[in-house]
Design a protein around this ligand. Structure first.
Ligand code: SAM
Length: 286
């Protein structure tokens, strides 16, 4: 939203607050059949992509989100071979996934091809793995794609979606999680962006309840900073079939043969530590 033409402002009604970034100029704007996409050059955050007025990513801080939605889940799985990203059209999550040599096949299932084409033009640093021979792209609805996925065929599903409104609403529902459960291998897991613990605790607990109702007995919510999202504090929630989400391949994580800027073994452990109000909301005892 442009309260002042020199600033991009995202209003967060449910948090009674707003976050603004100072702009240099608008680079692109278009309405697709799915959503309204805006791209700006900002003064301090590099390029910014917003969808329907909500910040999706900035060049400056996307590394935190992209690393934390991918590496903890990848190091939790004993041997992730096939990974599917639902949403994630900016390709940043796909790029992190493909840093793992043991991943043999990765899919990005994004409803809106324009998000990916614009990411290639305005966020080329996130699209460097797009030509990797293991990368596959499908442009269509992730909900339907998961309905039709082969049973027990996927090791890790990463839901990197917009907020639970519009085309993403069904990605936060029990029927979708049931289809994920069916498509996952025995050690498989889902990880999904799960909003702000401060502003959206109702969404987060609702997601966890729906995941449990769909048959996921093991849940783990991770928390990390994300300064350009509402409240500056974000979560990702892991839901596993037969997998202990508290342990991860610590040696492999410590000796990872690729560069990260946020993720390391200590940040993985730190993200698993929950403040008391979250433990109480999730009914986790000490
Ligand atoms: N990191 C971001 C965040 O938390 O705000 C999400 C970024 S990514 C650009 C979100 C993508 O999810 C969008 O490109 C949107 O088109 C896609 N998306 C929304 N609903 C979807 C669905 N049902 N199937 C596939 N992709 C979907």
């Amino acid at each position: 939203m442009a309260l002042d033409k020199n600033w991009f402002t995202e209003l967060c009604e449910e948090g009674g607050s707003a976050f603004s970034m100072k702009l240099v100029k608008k680079l692109h704007e278009e309405k697709t059949p799915y959503q309204h996409i805006e791209i700006y050059q900002t003064e301090f955050f590099g390029n910014l992509m917003a969808i329907d007025g909500f910040v999706m990513l900035t060049e400056r801080d996307n590394f935190i989100y992209h690393e934390m939605i991918s590496h903890p889940a990848l190091f939790c799985h004993p041997a992730p071979r096939k990974v599917v990203v639902i949403g994630g059209g900016d390709c940043g999550t796909l790029q992190e996934v493909l840093k793992h040599e043991e991943v043999l096949e990765a899919w990005q299932v994004e409803i809106d091809e324009r998000v990916t084409r614009l990411a290639e033009a305005y966020f080329p640093a996130l699209c460097q793995a797009n030509n990797d021979s293991r990368a596959n792209f499908f442009f269509g609805d992730g909900i339907k794609w998961m309905e039709e996925a082969e049973p027990e065929s996927i090791d890790l599903i990463i839901v990197d979606s917009t907020d639970p409104i519009g085309p993403a609403e069904g990605l936060f529902s029990e029927p979708f999680y049931r289809n994920c459960q069916r498509a996952l291998t025995q050690n498989g897991l889902v990880v999904q962006q799960s909003e702000s613990p401060l502003f959206h605790l109702d969404i987060l607990t609702g997601m966890r309840d729906a995941m449990r109702a769909a048959g996921f007995n093991n849940l783990m919510s991770l928390q990390f900073p994300q300064c350009t999202y509402p409240s500056g504090w974000w979560t990702a929630t892991l839901a596993g079939k037969d997998i202990n989400l508290k342990s991860f391949r610590e040696d492999a994580a410590a000796n990872r043969p690729f560069k990260t800027s946020f993720y390391n073994v200590e940040m993985h452990r730190a993200a698993m530590a929950l403040p008391q109000f979250m433990k109480e909301a999730f009914k986790i005892s000490d």
